[in-house]
Design a binder for this molecule. Structure first.
Ligand code: AHR
Length: 501
């Protein structure tokens, strides 16, 4: 099939916020314990941080990380995780029916994030927690000295405040499963007062209010409208969450969920605009898509296991094994985030290690990259700068979740400082190759600096400890510049990252 696209140097969608490639990690399963932290592991340092995992994390160039939950945060007391480790309480984690030893708390996590070169984005407990708890947490984390909480931090060996800028006001408060679940109005008021208090303490922070847990919630999208009506002036972002799957084994429909996500983003952007107009507000609110990923392979079994088990410590949980099809899906979803970077400023892959994650780390054993690691890494490394508008002319298809879906899914970024134009192209066609022809106006690209491709694998193929590199990008061939045009052949079900300079 023929797939034509056109870009122009001056037709920018937006400057991409680097935080579009952020991540999320929660105290659940083996994300923290035996994920990033495993004292005694052959690759652990003297503090218990796994250096093999840290290396894989660093290679992703993750800008920010949301912590400590997730559902976990809604019954978590941050004070349990500070002070001498031997004196920390063991608690029952109500979200995942597990035992929390509190051997990792805010200071250990901050140390790990610092070494990984990642900025922290902290969530406060608005389930069982109060405004007072949130305020004390922030004082401990961000205030320099001279108060009870800041001096307590200093007595714990952390002289300088962390200066955390991003604060999430609870988690998924629309979900009936959430400990402390509230109605939209109730939550909106609590979020407003909490945001006000936190900003009084440190006016330089940004607050993130909970949107819907997904676009199939019965309260969506009224939830967003009602919450924002209560707190618009005191928040900076509204969070969106969505997890994806292909239970029906319908690849084209699965890929159509990328378009469906675009509608979700559009609906929330419209809701923000509606409330802004209604309130005659001056400030803008952006979207923080702070939980996204594929989650379906082991979801049903995990749910049953959690129900049945007896409060285990760091159990295997939500350890999805991703296949090649999932990698293609993630590539397309990241393209959608780039295309909507005018409204989506922060997005977090959920999660980072072991739990629905691009990195798997065996207890006492090796760490390796799942299939989805690769598109996430390439978007994070190369998808910086400006997002450009792309005019696409390619064959289209209809599916259950969306109509008129282009077989060519494409996003283009321009990093003027680095002099790089990057094309992220996914051919969703099951059987046909696409002859891609991109017209590039206003550029003077001289050469193809990089061409990486993921193609030719069985859609069900996965990586594993025994075969960690089965699915990985390879060097592509045949992409050529010709009189201001880029031409490339995209095999069926393939993903290409082509950089021009
Ligand atoms: O990421 C796993 C869980 O998914 C999170 O704890 C929760 O916020 C969401 O429902």
């Amino acid at each position: 099939m023929k797939a034509r696209a056109a870009i122009h140097r001056d037709f920018r969608i937006s400057r991409i916020d680097d935080r579009l490639y952020s991540a999320f990690i929660e105290h659940m399963g083996r994300a923290i314990y035996s994920g990033i932290y495993e004292p005694g592991h052959p690759h652990a340092d003297h503090r218990g941080f796994r250096q093999d995992v840290l290396g894989l994390v660093r290679d992703l160039d993750v800008p920010a990380i949301r912590y400590p939950g997730g559902n976990f945060v809604s019954a978590y007391d941050w004070k349990d995780g500070i002070g001498p480790k031997t004196e920390r309480p063991v608690r029952l984690d109500l979200a995942w029916r597990s035992r929390e030893t509190n051997q990792v708390g805010i200071n250990e996590f901050a140390e790990w994030a610092g070494e990984a070169g990642i900025e922290m984005m902290l969530a406060v407990n608005l389930g069982t927690g109060t405004l007072q708890d949130a305020r004390e947490f922030m004082e401990y984390v961000n205030h320099p000295s001279g108060t009870t909480w800041s001096d307590l931090r200093r007595s714990h060996g952390v002289e300088q405040p962390y200066g955390v800028k991003m604060w999430c006001l609870g988690n998924e408060m629309d979900g009936p499963w959430q400990i402390g679940h509230r109605t939209a109005r109730d939550y909106g008021r609590v979020a407003n007062q909490t945001a006000k208090a936190l900003k009084a303490l440190d006016p330089s922070i940004e607050t993130i209010v909970c949107g819907s847990s997904n676009d199939e919630m019965p309260t969506y999208p009224d939830w967003e409208r009602e919450v924002l009506e209560e707190c618009y002036e005191n928040v900076d972002y509204i969070s969106l969450h969505k997890y994806f799957g292909n239970n029906s084994r319908d690849t084209l429909n699965y890929f159509g969920k990328i378009e469906q996500t675009g509608r979700y983003i559009q609906a929330i952007a419209g809701t923000i605009d509606h409330v802004k107009a209604k309130k005659r507000a001056k400030n803008d609110i952006f979207i923080c898509f702070d939980e996204w990923n594929v989650w379906y392979h082991s979801r049903a079994e995990d749910k049953a296991r959690v129900k049945a088990w007896d409060w285990p410590e760091a159990p295997s949980l939500l350890e999805e094994t991703y296949n090649f099809e999932d990698a293609l899906f993630v590539a397309g979803l990241l393209n959608e985030f780039i295309r909507r970077s005018d409204r989506v400023k922060i997005a977090c892959i959920a999660q980072l290690v072991n739990v629905i994650a691009p990195i798997r780390a065996e207890r006492g054993g090796p760490a390796w990259r799942q299939t989805i690691y690769w598109p996430y890494q390439m978007a994070s490394l190369y998808g910086r700068g400006d997002a450009l508008a792309v005019q696409v002319d390619a064959p289209r298809y209809d599916c259950r979740v969306a109509d008129d879906v282009s077989y060519l899914d494409i996003a283009v970024t321009h990093d003027a400082a680095a002099g790089m134009l990057t094309i992220f192209a996914l051919n969703r066609h099951l059987t046909e190759a696409a002859d891609l022809d991109v017209e590039m106006a206003g550029f003077n690209a001289r050469r193809v600096a990089l061409h990486r491709v993921m193609e030719g694998h069985d859609l069900q193929a996965t990586n594993s400890a025994e075969a960690p590199d089965r699915i990985a990008p390879a060097d592509g061939s045949g992409a050529a510049l010709d009189d201001g045009r880029l031409r490339a052949r995209l095999g069926p079900l393939s993903y290409h990252v082509i950089r021009l300079e």
